[in-house]
Write a protein of this length. Structure first.
Length: 463
């Protein structure tokens, strides 16, 4: 039996300058808890250290190492938390050199060799890692384990990738016994009831937007069966959760499956409410689906709209028409389902006129909530690779690559950084303080009993 400590870095560094700080999500680390289940089922001892709830990273890591004395430490690497993760790995090795350090996640998959060279990571997991940590811990020959990189005689060896899981019904239910549930509270702006459980029902996005990183899940759509999804929902309800947020890349990609899931939820007569905080494209919906979602207690969906310029949508391979968004927002409003719309500034070929179009389009659509950000070209995306080739990328200080950061990391071919930040600030003022939105929000806040909370949100918008 081995002892495995899983570490979730603190996301506070990413969200500290978010424009709407009280709308920041605060989910438990679904990926780490999913990885933990096979270890626990095979009688390994596992602990989770979530640094989001620790005042001091260094002290908390050292304390956990002393108290638990792990054989292995696993950590998830995301691009904007690169330096923090590197520091954590160094702390582990300084404390005890013999502890095997294992890193996974999207950044390790995207930038494995460079990250290994710049750190004291012993083993890197590339690709899906649901069962990979168990395989590593129990392996007698690390050379034979696919989907990893490791050190040997001063060299870094990168093994072939493991094939993607073909049956998602085999993905284990996350080990939520490792967390203190009451720590994970979400702001009222993104949930109706607490506590909230993030649920994955499918993987992979079949579309080719150039700013999206698909280094782990790829572009092949894979799904849990509706029956398995219902099993998960029953477990979640039995555990005392009141709301589920679906985190798929493409929940409605297979509309027939999405409808069947809704029918099963309706038949179950569950008390749970649902939020599709990802995974809905407006060309993969119809009135029947929205009617079923409403009856199944879906109260909100999130939509990646990105731009109010058709030319820009075409440039980024969105494969979507502006009129489709207009039609879809009307359909969601008719069905009584809220919408959260995402928009981006600084996409390829954009000019200042396109930024104006995006703001005006957001105001025309009138989603329930709108979020704006400056485009971040993440590693392994077609956008990053193209801009790096053209010399537009100015920095590879990955800490500056968070969606809420405003540091100049690239030279846009048409727009100055000052113009981008100007329009980012302008977007929130223009959208949230437009008379039509304020009137609409005022009456909906009264209906929902959230007037005080909404006023607090408005006052906390940062510019």
């Amino acid at each position: 039996m081995s002892k495995v400590l899983l570490i979730n870095p603190a996301m506070a560094e990413v969200y500290k300058i978010a424009k709407i700080k009280n709308s920041v999500p605060n989910y438990f680390p679904l990926n780490l808890l999913t990885i933990a289940t096979p270890l626990i089922e095979n009688r390994h001892e596992v602990q989770l250290l979530d640094l989001n709830y620790k005042p001091n990273v260094k002290e908390s890591v050292i304390e956990a190492l002393k108290e638990f004395s792990p054989d292995y430490v696993g950590i998830t690497f995301t691009t904007p938390l690169y330096s923090q993760s590197i520091r954590i790995i160094s702390l582990v090795k300084e404390y005890k050199q013999d502890i095997v350090t294992i890193a996974g996640g999207v950044h390790m998959t995207s930038d494995c060799m460079s990250t290994m060279k710049n750190s004291k990571i012993d083993i890197a997991v590339t690709g899906e890692g649901d069962f990979k940590l168990l395989e590593i811990v129990e392996s007698r020959n690390i050379k034979a384990v696919k989907g990893i990189a490791y050190r040997e005689n001063g060299n870094i060896i990168v093994n072939d990738r493991s094939p993607l899981l073909t049956c998602l019904d085999k993905i284990p239910f996350p080990a939520v016994s490792l967390i203190e549930r009451d720590l994970y509270k979400l702001p009222h702006t993104i949930r109706k009831k607490e506590p909230v459980f993030p649920l994955e029902t499918s993987r992979g996005c079949v579309y080719e937007c150039i700013y999206c990183n698909k280094s782990i899940f790829g572009n092949k759509f894979r799904e849990k069966s509706p029956e398995r999804v219902l099993q998960d929902i029953r477990k979640i309800a039995d555990l005392g959760y009141n709301e589920i947020h679906i985190v798929d890349d493409g929940f409605t990609t297979n509309m027939k499956r999405a409808k069947e899931i809704c029918r099963l939820i309706i038949k179950e007569k569950s008390h749970l409410s649902f939020n599709c905080c990802n995974g809905v494209r407006v060309d993969r919906i119809d009135e029947e689906l929205l009617s079923l979602m409403k009856k199944a207690k879906f109260f909100r969906v999130s939509l990646g709209i990105e731009s109010g310029s058709q030319a820009i949508l075409d440039k980024v391979d969105k494969k979507m028409k502006l009129e489709s968004y207009v039609k879809a927002i009307k359909m969601f409003k008719k069905a009584g389902i809220e919408t959260l719309a995402y928009f981006m500034f600084g996409l390829p070929d954009e000019h200042e006129e396109d930024l104006k179009k995006t703001i005006e389009f957001a105001k025309k659509l009138k989603p329930t909530v709108a979020k704006f950000s400056i485009t971040i070209p993440l590693p392994s995306t077609p956008l990053f690779e193209e801009w790096e080739k053209r010399g537009y990328i100015l920095s590879k200080n990955w800490d500056d690559f968070g969606f809420y950061q405003e540091k100049k990391i690239y030279e846009h071919p048409n727009l100055s950084w000052e113009i981008l930040t100007k329009y980012l600030d302008m977007s929130y003022r223009s959208f949230y303080f437009s008379p039509s939105y304020m009137i609409s929000r005022f009456f909906s806040s009264i209906r929902n009993g959230s007037l005080i909370d909404d006023l607090k949100m408005a006052l906390q918008i940062k510019w």
